[in-house]
Design a protein around this ligand. Structure first.
Ligand code: 6PG
Length: 247
C-alpha cells in the first residue's frame, strides 16, 4: 500500500454513501480480531451512517464488546447538549448498542478546552499504551471525518495554530471559525493520521465549492489530513463532486 495517497470514490447519493461507509466500517472491524478503536466525527455528514450501524444488518455484524468509540473533536458544551458531537452519536446508536465503558467522550465538563484536551490526550495515551505514536502501530482502526465549508477537519480550522501542532495529541481551540461558535477540543493531525483508514464522507451540492478547492490542491486542513501509513478514502456523492471530476 502506498501511504498518504488519497483515493476518491464516487457514489450516487447520500443513502449510497452511508451504505458504502457502513460496509467499510464492517470491513475494518473484520480485519482486526482484537480490540478495535474507531474515531467518530461530528457534524451532519455521518448521521445516516450512524443510523445504519445501529440497525440490521450492520448491528449484528459489530462485535460491540471489543469495539471502542472515540471522537475526533467536540464542541465545548455540556455532554447532553444537542451541539455535542458525542451526544449526537450516543443518541443515534451508541447508547443503544455499545457498552458504556467502550464509549470515550471528550469530557467537556472540564474547566477549559485546554484542560479537556489534556485529559483526552491522557486517555488516548492510556488506551494506546505509550506516550508516542508508532507508525507501525496505528492508534485507530478507522478515523471518520467530514469537511467544513472552509476546509476544516475535526476542529482544525484553516490558518489556526492548532493545524500545525505536532507535539500534542489533542488541543483546545478557543474560537471556532464557522458556526457553531463555541470553543472546541480537537485531535491534532498526527493523532488523526495514526489509523489504518481515514474515511471522509462528503455529500450534497453544498460541499461542491470546498471539494473543488480541495481537489485543486489548496493548502487546507482537509488536504493535510492523511493516514500516515494507512488508506485515505474520500467517499463523495455525485452532487458534491465538481462537474469536471472525470476530466
Ligand atoms: C464539528 C465537526 C466538523 C464537521 C465538519 C463537517 O464538530 O463541527 O466534527 O469537523 O465534521 O464541519 O460538518 P457537516 O457534516 O455538518 O457538513
Amino acid at each position: 500500500m502506498v501511504a498518504r495517497v488519497r483515493h476518491t470514490i464516487e457514489v450516487s447519493d447520500a443513502a449510497a454513501l452511508a451504505a458504502a461507509a457502513a460496509e467499510r466500517v464492517i470491513a475494518r472491524i473484520d480485519d482486526n480480531p482484537d480490540r478495535i478503536a474507531i474515531c467518530l466525527t461530528g457534524g451532519s455528514s455521518p448521521k445516516q451512517l450512524y443510523e445504519l450501524l445501529g440497525k440490521e444488518p450492520y448491528r449484528a455484524q459489530i462485535p460491540w464488546d471489543r469495539v471502542h468509540w472515540f471522537i475526533g473533536d467536540d464542541r465545548f458544551v455540556k455532554a447532553d447538549d444537542p451541539l455535542n458531537n458525542m451526544n449526537m452519536a450516543r443518541q443515534i446508536f451508541l447508547d443503544r448498542c455499545a457498552p458504556a465503558t467502550n464509549i470515550h467522550p471528550i469530557t467537556t465538563e472540564s474547566a477549559s478546552p485546554d484542560e479537556a484536551a489534556r485529559l483526552y490526550e491522557e486517555k488516548l495515551k492510556g488506551f494506546y499504551g505509550a506516550d508516542a505514536l508508532d507508525p507501525a502501530k496505528p492508534l485507530f482502526d478507522l478515523v471518520l471525518l467530514g469537511v467544513g465549508p472552509d476546509g476544516h477537519v475535526a476542529s482544525l480550522f484553516p490558518g489556526y495554530p492548532a493545524v500545525d501542532v505536532t507535539d500534542r495529541w489533542v488541543v483546545g481551540v478557543p474560537e471556532a471559525h464557522v458556526a457553531p461558535f463555541v470553543p472546541r477540543v480537537s485531535l491534532t493531525l498526527p493523532t488523526l493520521a495514526s489509523c489504518r483508514e481515514m474515511l471522509f464522507e462528503l455529500s450534497g451540492a453544498d460541499k461542491r465549492p470546498i471539494l473543488t478547492r480541495i481537489l485543486a490542491g489548496e493548502d487546507l486542513p482537509a488536504n493535510r489530513a492523511r493516514a500516515t501509513d494507512g488508506e485515505t478514502i474520500w467517499l463523495c456523492d455525485s452532487a458534491a463532486l465538481p462537474e469536471n471530476f472525470h476530466g
